[in-house]
Design a protein around this ligand. Structure first.
Ligand SMILES: NC(=O)c1ccc[n+]([C@@H]2O[C@H](COP(=O)([O-])OP(=O)(O)OC[C@H]3O[C@@H](n4cnc5c(N)ncnc54)[C@H](O)[C@@H]3O)[C@@H](O)[C@H]2O)c1
Ligand SMILES: [Zn+2]
Ligand SMILES: [Zn+2]
Length: 408
């Protein structure tokens, strides 16, 4: 079968690989009908979240049909239609029982202190082969999959694998309350779902900040107030929009590949630019700061702590920040002093997919929310590498790529 395989920073390939087999009685094998490319996958190819193990199959979002179950898997049978959680969890440890499934004590083969285990990630997360392939092995399958009702289509369900739960979790981390003014940094697909979730959790206003026009247009279509950081200073704009108070809650949906503004009143000074260059070197020592080839493909973000700084500066005193944008362990810059002196509450982390997702499946099944409008691209696995490249370049309109045919 074909699969998208990580070979090195700036080097992913569509390889012919053997079909997976059951390796543990808790495993299931799933025949994938839909997969997707995520902003998280880009960090691995850009080298901003390392180290990866060569040969790891990428991808952590998928929907499929169970083809085989191990002897210890209860509750699922071959033929069941399922959505696979991006993060892997056992269902029995103390963290899983509290719903904190991203910190499952058992799923990560590197041990209980290693943190989240997810599909297609770096060495420290398993590594566990990912979901951009025709067949996949799902460890701890009983807890890592959810059954899908017939009235939720594959097209809807693919966004229940990671994106909708992560956006919802981001709004929860930021403690969104009725009437809040919420700011979302990042209008990628995760930011879009964080904005939609903030509204559903009671936000009075949602302001979305990004530097890409088509992404801001998608946020505007959801009736968010939008701020282009290349035209306005986002911190000033947010203060102006909130009577000088700042936002009640801020969601960082960007993470380590944040960019610095290139134009407008927020464009960085030479001194700030040098500080960001040093940060990129520290965060991603093996990345290529100018990218690869003429298209400057796989360039790491050139302002790793830019969103962290803006979030702290634009939130009100006693405000709340939820961080769902991914930062690897090498990212060490955070405006801690400014945050402390504003009495902020900052919560962060990988989404607890297993416990967050079930009510969202119900919401989609009930027709209360249709997540499909933001899937902008449909590709077969044969064009997956070109799709990764276009998504990495943030080509206009490329907000979310779904892989619809995993055989060709
Ligand atoms: N915590 C979790 O469980 C979880 C799950 C899924 C994804 N993520 C993370 O969420 C983040 C977003 O994912 P995505 O798929 O939407 O990625 P994406 O790359 O498509 O979107 C990122 C967006 O951030 C914007 N951006 C860059 N610099 C910015 C800045 N300074 N200010 C405001 N916006 C800026 C980009 O223009 C882009 O639109 C990634 O870091 C991803 O790894 C986290
Ligand atoms: Zn994802
Ligand atoms: Zn567990």
């Amino acid at each position: 079968m074909k699969a998208v395989v990580w070979h090195g920073i700036g080097d992913i390939r569509l390889d012919e690989v053997p079909e997976p087999t059951i390796q543990d009685p808790h495993d299931a094998i799933v025949h994938i009908t839909r997969s997707a490319i995520c902003g998280t996958d880009l960090h691995f190819v850009r080298g901003t979240m390392a180290p990866m193990v060569e040969g790891t199959i990428l991808g952590h979002e998928a929907v499929g049909v169970v083809s085989q179950v191990g002897d210890a898997v209860r509750g699922f049978s071959p033929g069941d239609r399922v959505v696979i959680n991006s993060t892997i969890s056992c269902g029995a440890c103390r963290y899983c029982r509290m719903g904190q499934t991203a910190q499952c004590d058992v799923a990560n083969p590197n041990g209980p202190q290693a943190g989240t285990s997810f599909f297609g990630g770096p060495q420290s997360t398993g590594p566990v082969d990912g979901l951009q392939a025709e067949y996949v092995r799902v460890p701890w399958a009983q807890n890592t999959m959810h059954p899908l009702p017939d009235n939720v289509s594959d097209e809807q369900a693919i966004l229940l694998s990671d994106i909708f739960p992560t956006g919802w979790f981001g709004a929860e981390l930021a403690g969104v309350r009725r009437g809040d003014v919420v700011v979302v940094f990042g209008a990628g697909i995760v930011g879009q779902f964080a904005a939609a979730s903030a509204y559903k959790q009671g936000a009075g206003r949602v302001i979305v900040v990004d530097g890409h026009e088509t992404r801001l247009a998608a946020a505007l279509a959801q009736h968010c107030e939008v701020v282009d950081y290349n035209r306005e200073d986002p911190v000033q704009a947010i203060l102006d929009l909130t009577n000088g108070i700042g936002a009640d809650a801020v969601i960082d949906a960007v993470g380590v590949d944040a960019e610095r503004p290139k134009h407008g009143p927020a464009a960085v000074t030479d001194e700030q630019a040098a500080a960001f260059d040093a940060e990129v070197q520290q965060v991603a020592p093996d990345a290529s700061p100018d990218g690869f080839g003429e298209q400057q493909q796989w360039k790491p973000g050139d302002g790793p702590s830019q969103v962290a700084k803006w979030a702290v500066a634009s939130v009100a005193k006693y405000g709340r920040i939820g961080i769902i944008g991914v930062y690897g362990p090498t990212a060490q810059s955070y405006p801690i002093g400014e945050a402390m002196n504003k009495n902020l509450t900052i919560r962060m982390g990988n989404c607890d997919h297993h416990s967050v997702t079930p009510p969202l499946i119900d919401m989609v099944a009930a027709g209360q929310f249709d997540p499909t409008a933001l899937i902008t691209e449909h590709e077969g696995i044969g064009s997956a590498i070109a799709a990764y490249e276009a998504f990495d370049r943030r080509e206009p309109g490329w907000i979310k790529v779904e892989l619809t045919d995993l055989t060709a």
